[in-house]
Design a protein around this ligand. Structure first.
Ligand code: UDP
Length: 354
């Protein structure tokens, strides 16, 4: 079969790195990079580090509102699909690239496969939630990371075939985390010692786009016990700069801000942290897999199993709740969630049955 895969941002490069190599053993893949994340620190580094094949097509579409970005992607993808004539289209996750890829393919009567289908925060103010729900209703094959995700899809009566395969990001994490845990050089390069520092990431629109939320985030960060490592997403850096808050953060004792890190460097820092504070979906899950407590700077999550297992606390931007969560004792158990590290194999098998 000929599969046209659409990717565009950091977590999608990581997910595609798990699947693409295996997919190419059985099928022809045309990898399309929409350009949603285009700078080296969010894009190129993941292709080189994780061995993802170079994109066959780069659309160079970034910036603008979600609606205009998605519209430009649709306009570029329609003729591309006509030219490539794939047997199926493959999309990952919940971004504008996911929705545009699915809608363009479905509109051209090309079967659509969604990896990481069925995740729900039940918060329709999140652009990601709209992307997920709309994508899932256009798909022919919906490959889920967990039983919860499959149950969400059944509750919505999606017309496509639903399969639980496990999580492909977990495949990458389980393979890479043993080396990350043993990586002392990265910690010493950052002047940190294992188990004694916090890692912080934040970039969700709901946390950084509105000034009052950004002010609350900064107030929360100021109360965290140092040392804290904060790899800044370019969106967050830009919003902090615009709001005149970057200087205030730079002055916080024990807080170290860096640019976005590569996967191996970030994994080493995550796996050896005392705890992680984040609004990222992928980071919540990777913290769980690493046995590092997570404090989620959101009121909801799609990765509900990590909360139920007691390793993840939802605190939104409430600083008192965040501090209390950091003091919670670690649960004694950490059941296996999101698969056995072989989700990508199951994805490729399922795609072969289309
Ligand atoms: N990540 C990374 N470098 C960083 C921060 C995150 O490599 O500086 C990785 C992280 O390990 C995870 C992924 O990026 O695999 C999460 O991406 P992001 O937070 O952008 O997206 P989300 O999961 O929230 O959609």
């Amino acid at each position: 079969m000929k599969i046209l895969t659409v990717v565009g941002n950091r977590p999608q490069f990581i997910k595609a790195a798990a699947v693409s190599g295996l997919l190419r053993e059985h099928h022809d893949e045309v990898l399309v990079h929409t350009g949603q994340h285009h700078d080296d620190s969010l894009s190129r580094v993941f292709f080189t580090e994780l061995g993802l094949a170079r994109p066959d097509r780069e659309l160079g579409i970034a910036g603008g509102t979600n609606t205009s970005q998605t519209a430009r992607m649709l306009a570029a993808l329609e003729p591309l699909l006509g030219e490539v004539e794939p047997d199926a289209a493959l999309v990952y996750g919940d971004t504008n690239s996911t929705l545009a890829g699915a809608l363009a393919a479905a509109g051209s009567a090309i079967p659509v496969v969604h990896i990481e289908a069925g995740m729900r925060s039940f918060d329709r103010t999140m652009p990601e939630e709209l992307n997920r729900v709309l994508t899932d209703h256009m798909c022919d094959l919906l490959l889920c990371a967990s039983d919860t995700a499959a149950a969400n899809l059944r509750a919505e009566s999606v017309p496509g075939r639903v399969e639980v395969v496990g999580d492909v990001m977990t495949d990458v994490a389980l393979r890479r985390q043993p080396a990350a845990r043993a990586d002392v050089e990265t910690l010493s390069a950052h002047g940190l010692t294992a188990g004694s520092y916090l890692v912080l990431t934040a970039h969700r629109a709901g946390n950084v786009d509105a000034r009052d939320r950004l002010v609350a985030l900064v107030a929360l960060v100021r109360r965290l016990p140092p040392p804290i490592l904060f790899p800044l997403h370019p969106r967050t850096r830009a919003r902090l700069e615009d709001a005149g808050l970057l200087g205030e953060l730079a002055g916080v004792q024990g807080l170290r801000m860096t640019g976005p890190l590569g996967y191996a460097e970030f994994s080493a820092l995550l796996c050896q942290a005392r705890a992680v504070l984040t609004d990222s979906g992928g980071v919540q899950k990777e913290a769980y897999l690493a046995g590092v407590p997570c404090v989620t700077l959101r009121a909801n999550t799609e990765w509900v199993e990590t909360v139920k297992a007691g390793w993840n606390s939802l605190v939104d931007l409430d600083a008192d709740a965040a501090l209390a969560a950091l003091e919670r004792p670690r649960p004694s158990e950490r059941p296996g969630l999101y698969g056995d590290g072989h989700a990508a194999e199951r994805c490729v098998q399922a795609i072969g049955t289309l």
